[in-house]
Design a protein around this ligand. Structure first.
Ligand code: DMJ
Length: 660
């Protein structure tokens, strides 16, 4: 009896103390989240000096944390056995085609009262600071772009340390890190086009478009990766073409005098040069690389990664629908379906590397990062853009398998026992853990979750990545969550964390994400700015740099940072709804893109094969441009980005990252 009274007394005392704290400082206790969140492990450690965890304070040191003696619960599937990890059905609204539903964050109302945390955070990021950050982001883009134009154009990339240009590595064809991406086609200029428009710089946009039209050619003896050429070049040309021909011109006057669809012609030319990748493949999954002049090289590799082969549908589909020529969409869709049909019968998961002739999985690792990331992204985005139900069905099934097998940790982000959620890499057939690292590419996933309305999970995963950023001022390419240290140390100015930060800000309107963006901006300025641009971090701990500025720094990283702080930007203000391609290029979601005159042709198991069996390259129709002026403007502006503020998460997360 006395014992019970003592316990009751202590509980009441604790509650009373929390109440006083709450009333006096507006800082309630974390109600368990802070103590239990993954990054509580992380943050005690992350606040320490840079560098990998020291053995003394390392994983064995702290019971009850992911590094404690029993190890993180992420090591174990939730349900042991072959169906390891099966646990959680996605909780989210079903997207619908042209209503607001497919923007999950549209749901909810703005009329709700501002709560304590919303008020506090609104005050915490004053408009002047926001404008300052927007200008800093613009300045970052301008510094990189101007230096590229001054020192590197017409080459593909800028070497920002030595102020030189860089093209394909002709001396070493096996240097895929360079040659997959650099095609001797002024890559950085092409990739940056729509960022110029989004920043409202019409004179430079017009100048850049003319330069591209007059100087860029794809008739080059360059062997490039089909995926990279598609997302960075084809996607950018299509995006800029749409901006130029948009009757509303929301970014200012981006029209080009006497424009005769040249960018669309160029996109068509490039896509035709990529088509040989889809020939002579027994599965329909494309070869990973083509030579722009001669087609698939004779010694070509038969192995490709899933994301590379299965994330072409957005750009190829747009091209097909603008031209009224089904060829491009058909081959891209066939590749997606072929990959999809190779998924495991037991888990529904796909591996990361496949043989395009035999259909055997060479890489059986299933995860959200490298090799698979944009495959998932494009299932959903193809649906958003084209409204084809089968894309959504595939996405939904994939998302379910991801939740069942990749997601470890506790059920909810913010409550319950165990480690917080984390998405791990598993064997596609067994669901067994394959390693204990996550990669920085995976940081795009919270942004995708925002699109489908799984905002709570998005908040959690984003916070995990941000915690890593806080520790290093960058994201290491791979981070080992068991050792709590990077496995691969470089950071090539990737955009994924910024992209998720931007989308989460649009979803929640919580200034927490402005703080995150400011932090990222400041660390980029501090650690990566060099004489003529921004340099890849070679090592996130010693902050040594490499002389390379990838084109996605201008097309994505700077763009998302700018949009995060540019409250009035037409991208999130106008009546037109935009979707971002995987390279961050904007495409307006347009009713017109939902029309596919060849629907019958695509029936069930693929309809006729315009490329495959005959082995002959199809002759795409003569270029005929379909008028594309109508926009799908049914969602009123004020409904687009409002979601009830989940202040309970925000408060706990911001305690976690030490913002207050
Ligand atoms: C970009 O080219 C694209 O975002 C792609 O989907 C993944 N990799 C880079 C950026 O990290």
């Amino acid at each position: 009896m006395q014992w019970r009274a003592l316990v009751l007394g202590l509980v009441l005392l604790r509650l009373g103390l929390h109440g006083v704290l709450w009333l006096v400082f507006g800082l309630g206790p974390s109600m368990g989240f802070y103590q239990r969140f993954p990054l509580s492990f992380g943050f005690q450690r992350l606040r320490g000096p840079d560098g990998p965890a020291s053995p003394a304070s390392g994983p064995a040191g702290r019971p009850g944390t992911p590094g404690g003696p029993s190890g993180p619960s992420w090591l174990q599937p939730q349900v042991p056995g072959p169906a390891a990890g099966r646990r959680r059905a996605p909780r989210r609204p079903e997207p619908d085609v042209c209503g607001p539903g497919h923007w999950g964050y549209v749901l909810g109302g703005r009329g709700r009262g501002r709560d304590e945390y919303e008020k506090r955070y609104s005050g915490a990021f004053p408009p002047q600071l926001r404008a300052q950050m927007r200008d800093l982001a613009r300045g970052m883009f301008v510094f990189g772009y101007d230096n590229y134009m001054a020192h590197a154009f017409p080459e593909d990339e800028l070497n920002p340390i030595h102020c030189r240009g860089r093209g394909p590595d002709r001396g070493d064809p096996s240097n895929l890190n360079i040659n997959d991406v650099l095609g001797n086609y002024s890559l950085t200029l092409v990739d940056a086009l729509d960022t110029l428009a989004i920043m409202g710089n019409s004179s430079e946009f017009q100048k850049a478009v003319k330069l591209v039209i007059n100087t860029v050619s794809f008739d080059k003896d360059s062997t490039v990766q089909v995926f990279e050429a598609t997302i960075r070049v084809l996607g950018s040309l299509l995006s800029a073409h749409r901006i130029i021909t948009d009757s509303k011109q929301p970014f200012g006057d981006m029209t080009i005098k006497d424009y005769d669809n040249e960018l669309l012609h160029m996109a068509h030319d490039l896509a035709v040069r990529l088509l040989p990748a889809f020939e002579n493949t027994k599965t329909g999954i494309p070869y990973p690389r083509v030579n722009l002049k001669t087609g698939v090289p004779p010694d070509s590799n038969n192995e490709t990664c899933t994301a590379g082969a299965g994330s072409l549908l957005v750009e190829f589909g747009i091209l097909s629908r603008l031209l009224g020529d089904s060829t491009f969409e058909w081959v891209a869709r066939r590749a997606v379906k072929a990959l999809w049909n190779l998924r495991s019968n037991d888990t529904g998961l796909l591996g990361n590397v496949v043989n395009i002739q035999t259909g055997h999985w060479v890489g059986k690792q299933s995860g959200l990062g490298a090799g698979l990331d944009s495959f998932y992204e494009y299932l959903l985005k193809s649906y958003i853009l084209f409204g084809e139900k089968e894309d959504l069905e595939m996405f939904n099934a994939a998302y379910k398998s991801i939740q069942n097998y990749l997601r470890r940790g506790r059920e909810a982000c913010n409550e319950g026992e165990g480690d917080p959620p984390l998405y791990v890499n598993v064997n596609m057939f067994s669901g067994q853990l394959m390693n204990t690292w996550i990669d920085s590419l995976q940081a795009f996933f919270p942004g995708l979750q925002v699109l489908i309305g799984d905002v709570e999970d998005a908040i959690c995963l984003h916070a995990f990545y941000y915690a890593i950023w806080k520790r290093y001022g960058a994201l290491p390419e791979r981070y080992n969550w068991q050792l709590q240290a990077p496995d691969v140390f470089f950071y090539p100015l990737r955009p994924e964390l910024v992209e998720s930060t931007y989308l989460l800000y649009q979803a929640t309107r919580n200034p927490f994400y402005l703080h995150v963006g400011m932090d990222i901006l400041q660390s980029l300025e501090k650690h990566t700015k060099v004489k003529c641009g921004y340099a890849t971090l070679h090592h996130v701990i010693d902050k040594s740099t490499e002389d390379r500025m990838e084109s996605f720094f201008l097309s994505e990283t700077c763009k998302y940072l700018y949009l995060l702080f540019d409250e009035e930007n037409p991208v999130h203000k106008s009546g037109t709804r935009y979707m971002f391609t995987t390279e961050g290029h904007i495409i307006s979601v347009d009713e017109h893109l939902r029309e596919s005159p060849w629907k019958e042709f695509f029936s069930e198991e693929g309809g006729q094969d315009p490329v495959g069996k005959s082995g002959h390259r199809p002759r795409p129709h003569e270029l005929k441009v379909i008028n594309s002026s109508s926009n799908c403007n049914r969602v009123p502006d004020e409904r687009r980005y409002s979601l009830p503020l989940k202040s309970v998460y925000m408060r706990q997360i911001d305690q976690m990252v030490g913002l207050i």
